[in-house]
Design a protein around this ligand. Sequence first.
Ligand SMILES: Nc1nc2c(ncn2[C@@H]2O[C@H](COP(=O)(O)OP(=O)(O)OP(=O)(O)O)[C@@H](O)[C@H]2O)c(=O)[nH]1
Ligand SMILES: [Mg+2]
Length: 487
Amino acid sequence: MPSWVENIIDEARLTALTLLDRAEDLASPTLRLGITGLSRSGKTVFTTALIHALMRGGRLPVFQAMHEGRIAQAVLEPQPDDAVPRFDYEGHLETLVEERRWPESTSRISELRLAIDYAPARGGRRTLTLDIVDYPGEWLLDLPLLDQSFATFAAQSLRLARAPARSKLAAPFLEALAETDASLPADENQARRLASLFTDYLAACRAEQVSMSLLPPGRFLMPGDLAGSPALTFAPIDLSEGIEAPHGSLHAMMERRFEAYKDRIVRPFFRDHFARLDRQIVLIDVLAALNAGPAALADLEAALDGILAAFRTGRNSWLSALFRHRIGKVLFAATKADHLHHFSHDRLEAILRRLVERALIRTEGAGADIDVVALAAVRATREASVKRGRAHLPAIVGVPEAGQHGADEFDGLTEAAVFPGDLPENPAALFDPTPGFRGIGDTTGGDFRFLRFRPPVVERNADGIPFAMPHIRLDRALEFLLGDKLK
Ligand SMILES: Nc1nc2c(ncn2[C@@H]2O[C@H](COP(=O)(O)OP(=O)(O)OP(=O)(O)O)[C@@H](O)[C@H]2O)c(=O)[nH]1
Ligand SMILES: [Mg+2]
């Protein structure tokens, strides 16, 4: 056959292929994956690691499509929503790899689109368009507010603020409130002062040592672009039952702003973002809550109820309309498992499972396929066995960050071995108050906090692109969230 014939045939085949590709493209499914969790739970690190793993592969034995070599490529595409900031994958990756620092805290929603070209197991080629949406979990916990009047919200918030675990942190706000007569004419300065003291109290509850989870309104801690706007300048106030707000009073102003918060901020978020998600991963820093003690754990449980309630089809009418399109799969993930020896990974998972199961019972199910995993999106430690006398103790080794709370002996350059301590074998022990589980510590006991380690060394290929990053069970998360769509 002359070569020009071959060429034509080849070209014809290529055209046919591209046509087919196009046709399949049109039919190609899009999946919207939500990544959420409270502040510092590990969203930015997880999102960066997930994108990197899809693009660069790595050791992901449980993630079938990747393991079987059926993912041809995953490429970044312009993200579809013009009004949402792009997730800065490149920037966060550089921070992790080049500077060996964890990314800066982010406080708003961001999004990225990946096109995954893969070969279905039955043959052929397809593209899955994956939209990844990273948003603060605090915003999710605002859902119950939509059903609440200002009076109910105020009563609930103040009951929480006066509860034993929180009242000390709320004292400056509560004192200012005691001096306030909300029936007097509204005064912007007074409203600002109350809102700012209330926000300080919420932030204090979120601090590492306290690690509370349930702290609505969510935008007070995670304002996104709205910091300082009137819809965020309100606070709960003491109200006698059934009292109407006098016209022009501080009470009326607070009430109006609370309604604006619901209408302008909470409702649009659920309508424009949350309701469009197909799948969801909820990241939870279980270790931080365990570390901070029983009050933090109880608070985390209450927050889980709130999160599950958001995933369940609402009984309330406008919510049901909104949730007609339902989230099919939800994965709860305990993050930062690399702070533990692998003996304890299953235990961490069991604790989270127990937490989620208890929440499922209380909230009567979530109407979605649910699973749990303990993972580290980026593994900062390795395991070692350290000799102490005659015993070999399991340890984890990494470079502790310099200048961290209660551990200023580290220079941020030198490796150290630490004994991470064990989680209880039976998670029930955590929820039974009698044996008095006081948090996890190392063998020295006392007020132990987990050390923070610097991210690991990641090499680059000849083109300067970072190789895959070490992780723990990231492949399990990928398989649960995407596996069936890449079959
Ligand atoms: N060792 C380890 N630490 C992690 C991992 N993921 C997160 N961290 C730690 O947790 C911190 C918070 O992680 P982020 O990914 O920034 O959390 P976030 O949920 O995006 O936090 P905000 O943007 O503040 O809401 C990091 O600065 C790290 O110290 C992990 O996989 N391993
Ligand atoms: Mg973040």
